[in-house]
Design a protein around this ligand. Sequence first.
Ligand code: SF4
Ligand code: SF4
Length: 155
Amino acid sequence: MLRALWDNVKGIYSLLVGMSITWGFLFSPRKTVHYPRQVVDSEILKSYRGPLELIPDQAGATKCISCQMCVRACPDNCLKVVKSEGGKNPKTWIYDFSLCCLCAACVESCPAGAIRFSHKVYLVTKTREELKLDLLADLKARKSAILGNVPKKSS
Ligand code: SF4
Ligand code: SF4
């Protein structure tokens, strides 16, 4: 009898603890957004590690010198950098985001400061294959987008 009573008291106490946590979250500011009606605040995204991207130099070209340091540092074998013939810049820069654990070993090992984490939080694909990203093509597209957004000088 006493044992059953004690079990009931413990059950009610446990329920009250659970409900206090639930009610606490119910009235605290929301941490999620209703995408696509809302988007994540750009200030919050500054610390977000999205897929890697190449950092452009002044001319908008890649700073990568194809040294392979990032490829060797990557524990997940998700990078492929192929040097162009007769030059130091890469002709191929493929990054498999589906394998990446976002450890930053590649970013930290790069002597040229050529890669960083992007803030792309809305990346969606239907297949793993689509997560093999061509970062040179991405850099080119970003450069075109920037040039396209430059206002034309009035004569
Ligand atoms: S963040 Fe880590 S796992 Fe991802 S590509 Fe760089 S080294 Fe590899
Ligand atoms: S470590 Fe840097 S410079 Fe070397 S291949 Fe990787 S991105 Fe290019």
